[in-house]
Design a protein around this ligand. Structure first.
Ligand code: TRP
Ligand code: SF4
Length: 343
């Protein structure tokens, strides 16, 4: 059980965008080369906590997300990509852990609080309609992590309160039932949060400011043409400040060749915004091309995706079973397996 692994999860509620790519996937690509096994969970059960009424959306996005993940260069030989609902031990563990967490503590979890207020139509203006499942999803996430002895958990900053909650559960479990679980540690990626096309601090599907890995050329042209630039620049030859321009911000992500030229020309008023955007569009398309080629290949070969998910899920099931054995032993609910003691 004490084999340490790396575990992270992602909710299948939409396609991947550049925020995921630069904020998370790049870190995953580095982590898959480490010696610890890497489990990448497609968290469909968690997605259902606030999308329980959209089963087709969640189902479709499990497959789409698997395609996105693989197209970005996550290697299924190194990373076990699996589907949360297919590892029932996670649900079982969630039940055991729910004894160790108070309702008040869940209400205090900053991530839950923020999300609860963002989902007013679902949970009411003051969160009075919050469900048991949604309020408790940090417990289920603690089960995700510990089922795989995930001691290293790559996450964004917004997830830190969930990790802290998991650490508390681990300490409480060990205190009551004996040293069994390992406390996880976060791995924060360097790039953290990617801004949206509108200059918003966060790129997000629901914010309508994201470039998706699956966007076609026309969509990308439209989105970049509408990106926020330095609003003080009116005429083509006005000098401007690239540091407050989203076009320059994205140049920094996908243009490694003439970034200095873009910056200097902008400051000196030697570059028009339209031309600058067109250059970004070309670079963005070039950057996305290999990812989109792979996406196309996988879309045409759903049987490959299915096999990869089956293999990853099987490995995850084996690992979770193993952990569960130890946990049940510690909790003394391993009823018909206690030969050692009987003899
Ligand atoms: N809550 C995470 C998110 O919304 C997804 C997630 C599910 C996760 N299970 C996890 C992250 C386990 C880290 C570890 O992005
Ligand atoms: Fe932004 Fe380019 Fe216009 Fe400068 S020239 S403000 S970097 S779009």
């Amino acid at each position: 059980m004490k084999e340490k692994s790396i575990l992270t999860g992602i909710r299948p509620t939409g396609n991947m965008h550049l925020g995921h790519y630069f904020g998370a996937v790049q870190t995953w690509k580095q982590l898959q080369d480490r010696e610890e096994p890497f489990y990448l969970e497609i968290a469909d059960v968690q997605a259902l906590t606030d999308h329980f009424d959209q089963p087709d959306m969640v189902h479709k996005n499990v497959v789409e997300l698997a395609i996105d993940i693989l197209s970005c260069g996550i290697d299924p030989k190194k990373t076990n990509i699996f589907i949360q609902s297919m590892v029932p031990e996670i649900a079982e563990l969630t039940v055991f852990y729910s004894n160790l967490v108070t309702i008040a503590r869940l209400y205090r979890n900053p991530t839950v609080k923020t999300e609860m207020h963002q989902k007013k139509e679902l949970f009411g203006d003051k969160g009075e309609g919050i469900t048991y499942g949604f309020l408790g999803y940090p417990i289920s996430q603690a089960a995700d992590i510990t089922a795989f002895t995930g001691v290293l958990v790559p996450v964004g900053e917004d997830q830190l309160p969930l990790l802290e909650q998991c650490r508390e559960i681990v300490r409480k479990f060990n205190h009551i039932y004996g040293e069994t679980l390992l406390e996880p540690e976060p791995i924060l990626s360097d790039n953290k949060r990617i801004k949206g096309l509108d200059g918003n601090e966060k790129m997000g599907k629901s914010l309508g400011n994201a470039i998706f890995l699956s966007d076609d050329e026309d969509t990308i042209v439209k989105k970049i043409m509408g990106a926020v630039t330095d609003s003080n620049k009116i005429k083509k030859d006005d000098p401007a400040n690239p540091d407050i321009c989203m076009v320059y911000y994205y140049h920094k992500l996908v243009n490694s060749e003439n970034l200095n030229v873009v910056c200097e020309e902008c400051k000196k008023g030697k570059r028009g915004c339209v031309a600058c955007k067109k250059e970004l569009i070309a670079n963005m398309l070039k950057f996305l091309k290999p990812i989109q080629d792979k996406r196309k290949y996988y879309l045409e070969h759903p049987e490959i995706i299915e096999q990869i998910l089956k293999d990853g899920t099987e490995k995850a099931q084996a690992k979770a079973k193993n952990t569960m054995h130890d946990i049940k032993q510690s909790m003394q609910i391993d009823y018909f397996n206690r030969q050692d003691e009987a003899k």
